[in-house]
Write a protein that binds this ligand. Structure first.
Ligand code: LER
Ligand code: MN
Length: 271
C-alpha cells in the first residue's frame, strides 16, 4: 500500500490543507511528510501546464496517484448524465483528463462527474451513464489509463452508491474491460455499506483506489470508523494501490497536516 495526498493545482478545495496557488510548496511538503504520491484536483486545462506539473513532481520525487475530476461538476455543472450539452462537455473534459493522465502516468477518478441521477428512473440514468462513459472508457483503454469509478453516498448521487453496484455496472456494460476499477471512499462506504470490511473483501482485485476520511469526513481518528479493521481488510485482499486522504480541512491547515502525517506513520508501522 502506498500513500497519496489530495492537493489542488487550480482552485482550493475543502478536502486539502494545501492552497492551489502554492501547489509547488504543497508537493514538497507531501514528499517531506513521507508520502509517495499526490492526488491532483484538476477542474479544467485552461491555464495548466501538465508537463510543468510533471517536472515538479519529479523534482521532489513524488508520483501522481490520480487526477480527481469532481471540481468541474460543482464549478461548471458538467455531468455524464446531464442534458446533451453538459454530457458532451463532461466527456470532452474526461478526454482531457485522460491525456493528462498519460503524461503524469496516473489514473483518473470519476466521482461527481457522473451527475446526481435524480431525474427519471434509476435504470435510465445508469444507461445514460454507460452511454456517456462509452467513448471515455474506449479512449482510456487505448491509452492505458485506469479509470476509478467512485461509490458515492446517496446524498451526493443516486447512481452507484456501493462497491457491489459498481461491480454490477461494470459487468453489465463493460464486461472484461481491465482499465475500470472501483474507488472506495471510507466516508461514503460508512454511509452505504453494511460492513466496511466485507465490502473491501468482496471488491478484491477490482479495488483500484482508496480515499480515507472518517465518518464525519474529518481526518481518521476523529470519527467512528475503525481504521485498523479497514487496514486489515486491505491487507487481506493484498491491496497494492494508493490510499489517499480526502478529509475536510479544519480547525487549521497545520493541525490537519500534522495529524495526517502522524496517521500515515502509525498505519505504516509493522503490526
Ligand atoms: C470525491 O472523491 C468525493 O468523494 C466526493 O464526495 C466529493 O464531494
Ligand atoms: Mn472520495
Amino acid at each position: 500500500m502506498k500513500f497519496s495526498m489530495t492537493i489542488p493545482v487550480q482552485y482550493d478545495t475543502c478536502f486539502s490543507p494545501f492552497r492551489a496557488s502554492e501547489w509547488r510548496q504543497g508537493l514538497s511538503k507531501i514528499r517531506e511528510g513521507g508520502f509517495q504520491a499526490a492526488e491532483l484536483c484538476i477542474s479544467d486545462y485552461g491555464s495548466l501546464d501538465i508537463r510543468e506539473i510533471r517536472r515538479e513532481l519529479e523534482n521532489c520525487g513524488l508520483g501522481c496517484s490520480t487526477i480527481s475530476t469532481g471540481q468541474a461538476a460543482g464549478r461548471e455543472q458538467l455531468s455524464l448524465t446531464g442534458d446533451r450539452e453538459k454530457m458532451e462537455l463532461a466527456r470532452a473534459r474526461l478526454s482531457e483528463h485522460i491525456r493528462a493522465a498519460e503524461i503524469l502516468e496516473c489514473g483518473v477518478t470519476i466521482g461527481l462527474l457522473r451527475g446526481s441521477g435524480e431525474a427519471g428512473s434509476l435504470q435510465d440514468a445508469l444507461e445514460r451513464l454507460a452511454e456517456g462513459l462509452e467513448p471515455v472508457v474506449r479512449e482510456a483503454e487505448e491509452k492505458g489509463v485506469v479509470l476509478f469509478l467512485e461509490a458515492l453516498n446517496r446524498y451526493e448521487s443516486a447512481l452507484l452508491n456501493t462497491g457491489k453496484e459498481i461491480l454490477d455496472f461494470f459487468a453489465g456494460y463493460y464486461r472484461g474491460c481491465r482499465n475500470l476499477k472501483v474507488l472506495w471512499d471510507s466516508f461514503h462506504a460508512n454511509i452505504e455499506e453494511a460492513s466496511l470490511e466485507k465490502s473491501i473483501d468482496s471488491l478484491g482485485s477490482s479495488l483500484g483506489h482508496v480515499h480515507l476520511a472518517d465518518s464525519n469526513r474529518l481526518r481518521p481518528g476523529l470519527g467512528r470508523i475503525d481504521f485498523s479493521a479497514v487496514k486489515g481488510s486491505l491487507e487481506r485482499i493484498s491491496y497494492g494501490g494508493y490510499v489517499s486522504f480526502e478529509c475536510l480541512n479544519g480547525p487549521d491547515e497545520k493541525t490537519v497536516w500534522d495529524d495526517l502525517c502522524r496517521f500515515r506513520r502509525e498505519w505504516e508501522k509493522p503490526a
